[in-house]
Write a protein that binds this ligand. Structure first.
Ligand code: ADP
Ligand code: ZN
Length: 723
């Protein structure tokens, strides 16, 4: 009789601990339990002891008993294997990965209702500025006191005061209401022959209910979504769950709408913008198996689906699937591993697959399903370069005369245009005309970016903001600050000067910060209320606007300047994706790409439409350099508030580097982003051959080393950022 349980607690700082199981408790591996830790109690999950070694072995007589077992389905073995694999591969504490699976602490407890609050419309007699701000911002919203306080940017006390004053009232919310069940046959589209063939491959894979990584490669507008919806329909018929991962939460709202048109009701959404009550309801429905289709950002990947039948990663090439803090995992790669452990197909959909994915296809590990043409005979847009050295914008302007002409023609036809520039704000750099002083973030190695819409200078790395000063802090000269270079807001200003009657919209994470905002934008586009969109990479993805016929890329050279190993590939993907927004309906699309280097391979590939030779050249260059997918990198980042301490620790780590065949260590050197959030940063880069278990080497290398608590050392396996 097993009377001991090894428990992985929800605290990344402590390893697994053993507890006594009393007779009243029925536990098995995966059971979600409550365990005492010091004076507190903490949730955790029971694990197979042999798979989760503990360095705190305690004799039977000294074991503390478990405090309770939650009335929830145990985490399945495939999810437990996934958690182990992720912790091992990304060198993260298993508890940090487990936290993503139990992502809604409140979901664990019972209780069918929760108290939320909302404005009553009554204005209290005593209206402080704080209260006024709170009432203005929470209008139409609902949530816990803390959630409303966050929305309103006031303390909890202000909200509670408003509750007392009758301006905000409690509402009981039922949190376990069932979700509607999508109907696979609600509105089936008539698929083209190519689509039907692709759909059949996917539905067969769902039926087979075995691991199968499938790359769904189709040009923009070919109907990839319609095709993978057939696979979702098949999973629904089999009564199994589907997970659809999207790269941005801004895309979820349009996706929900489109899903509802096809299946008669929305799927369950999972993203960071959910209220606690919504999160709890979704988590419980996912764990019980009642949530049949979940769409979410990367964090949805670790949820405890009870009976998974299919995983889809849409826009699978997107680098935002890589998490850059906490557990630094890549959701596309972990999705494939989840499919492997669960024994279900994983579909990677994209028009511009990553070189890593293409290589798996070349090796025969992933199956490829192609959709070569746009649906309904829509032509792919015609892409042309504008040589900025010849066709120059006027002084202080950014749009070349030929692009302006194209915008004029498009407006006259009553069609929509999109100007793409991957830079938020008004100008990336502000300096003093008089003394040359540049505004830098006090916490980061980064310029402060001017945002005119909100009248602030902001750091895009740490979020530090300040009002733009009237006088230069250096030479005290007044009104001498000049904006250098364009951001989307400045392009929008130029558009307003050129076309005073055109209706424009700026689309960035500043303006589309919630799914609701994104939905509003889509509705205005669909309703023809916008003529010209100026946007960042946020508009390059997934959207389908039939009346959008012109795309202008303001600065195609921007993405190439960063110089990391994926810069050319990323530029190609980004421009190909934004180009893919043009001409998706009956009218043909046009794309104009402004560049100083029309002969650059990326631009030539885009203009000629010859993606294959571009990819071939890039792939060959990676092979020669031993870069991914042919070799591997891992970055070791050492940071501290003291520059000397960071440098000394990094040096010590560098000195301790083992000599291993097939591995090179570069650095330490100050990171390009030498200071971030007030911490000095040093980097080491490990370059290893595929054959080497580089994680094992790093574990043995860093394991015995010690450093001060004020120093943070993080390992980024398969890094995407080299800053
Ligand atoms: P992709 O994801 O490949 O860019 P979508 O799935 O978004 O393409 O399809 C592009 C547009 O064509 C969408 O509006 C979609 O509804 C429409 N479409 C695609 N296939 C069909 C079909 N078989 N029947 C009707 N409409 C379709
Ligand atoms: Zn900063």
């Amino acid at each position: 009789m097993n009377k001991r349980a090894r428990v992985l607690l929800l605290n990344a700082a402590i390893g697994p601990l053993d507890y006594r199981i009393d007779a009243e408790h029925d536990v098995q591996p995966g059971s979600i339990v409550l365990a005492p830790l010091g004076p507190r109690q903490l949730a955790g999950v029971v694990w197979e002891a042999e798979r989760m070694p503990s360095d705190a072995e305690v004799g039977d007589n000294r074991l503390r008993p478990l405090a309770g077992v939650y009335d929830l389905p145990p985490l399945g073995a495939p999810l437990r294997r996934l958690i182990e694999w992720t912790a091992d591969y990304y060198l993260a504490p298993p508890a940090a990965v487990l936290r993503m699976a139990l992502a809604s602490a409140s979901a664990l407890d019972g209780g069918r209702t929760i108290t939320e609050y909302r404005a009553t419309g009554h204005v209290p007699d005593r209206l402080t500025p704080q209260r006024a701000q709170a009432l203005e911002r929470v209008e139409g919203r609902q949530g816990l006191v803390r959630e409303l306080a966050t929305i309103a940017d006031v303390s909890d006390g202000v909200i509670r005061g408003l509750v007392k004053a009758g301006a905000i009232e409690p509402v009981e919310v039922r949190v376990d209401d069932p979700f509607p069940i999508p109907d696979p046959d609600h509105a089936r589209p008539a698929l083209s022959e190519a689509q039907a063939e692709a759909a059949a491959r996917l539905t067969n894979a769902v039926e087979a209910h075995k691991f199968a990584p499938i790359v769904l490669d189709g040009v923009t507008g070919s109907g990839k979504t319609e095709v993978y919806f057939e696979a979702v329909a098949e999973a629904l018929r089999c009564g199994r769950q589907t997970l659809v991962l999207l790269p941005e939460i801004a895309l979820t709202e349009p996706f929900l709408k489109r899903f509802a048109e096809r299946f008669g009701c929305a799927p369950v959404a999972w993203h960071s913008d959910l209220r606690q009550s919504q999160r709890r309801r979704a988590w419980r429905a996912i764990a019980s198996g009642e949530a049949l289709v979940t769409v979410g950002a990367r964090s949805a990947l670790f949820l405890p689906y009870r009976d998974l039948g299919l995983i889809i990663v849409d826009e699978a090439h997107e680098t935002s699937f890589k998490q850059e803090d906490g557990v630094m995992y890549h959701a596309r790669d972990v999705a494939v591993m989840r499919g492997h452990f669960e024994g279900v197909p994983v579909v990677l959909a994209s028009a511009t697959q990553a070189i890593e994915t293409r290589q798996q296809v070349a090796l025969g590990r992933y199956e490829e399903v192609r959709l070569p043409a746009r649906f309904g005979g829509a032509a792919l847009p015609d892409i042309a370069a504008i040589d900025l050295t010849q066709d120059r914008p006027d002084r202080g302007r950014w749009l070349a005369p030929s692009l302006v002409t194209a915008l004029t023609e498009t407006l006259e036809r009553g069609e929509q245009s999109l100007l793409f520039l991957n830079r938020r704000g008004y100008a990336p750099l502000t300096l003093c005309r008089h003394c040359g002083h540049r505004f830098q973030c006090p916490n980061c190695t980064a310029w402060m970016v001017e945002h005119r819409l909100t009248a602030r200078l902001a750091c895009h790395h740490c979020g530090h903001v300040m009002p733009p000063p009237r006088a230069c802090p250096e030479c005290k000269e007044e009104d001498a600050l000049v904006a250098c270079g364009p951001g989307v807001e400045r392009i929008a200003d130029e558009v307003a000067l050129l076309f005073p009657d055109a209706r424009t919209a700026i689309v960035t994470s500043d303006t589309l910060w919630s799914p609701a905002k994104a939905a509003e934008f889509v509705n205005r586009m669909d309703g023809g209320e916008i003529d010209i969109v100026v946007g960042t990479q946020l508009v390059t993805k997934g959207y389908h606007f039939p009346n959008l016929t012109l795309v202008g890329v303001v600065d195609a050279d921007l993405g190439l300047s960063g110089g990391d190993l994926r810069a050319a590939e990323r530029s190609f993907q980004q421009i190909a994706q934004v180009a893919g927004r043009a001409g998706r309906g009956a009218k043909p699309g046009r794309v104009l790409v402004q560049t100083h280097e029309p002969a650059a391979p990326v631009i030539e590939a885009l203009v000629s439409g010859d993606a294959e030779s571009f990819y071939a050249a890039e792939t060959e260059a990676r092979r020669m350099a031993g870069a991914p997918p042919f070799g591997r990198f891992a970055a070791i980042i050492v940071s501290s508030e003291s520059g000397e301490e960071a440098a000394a620790t990094a040096k010590a780590i560098g000195r301790a580097a083992p000599r291993v065949e097939g591995m090179q260590v570069y650095g330490p050197a100050p990171a390009p982003l030498a200071m971030l959030r007030g911490r000095h940063r040093q980097r080491l880069l490990v370059h290893a051959s595929r054959a080497l278990d580089v994680q094992d080497v790093i574990r043995e290398w860093l394991g015995p080393l010690e450093w001060r608590r004020s120093v943070r050392v993080t390992v980024d396996v398969d890094p995407y950022s080299f800053l």
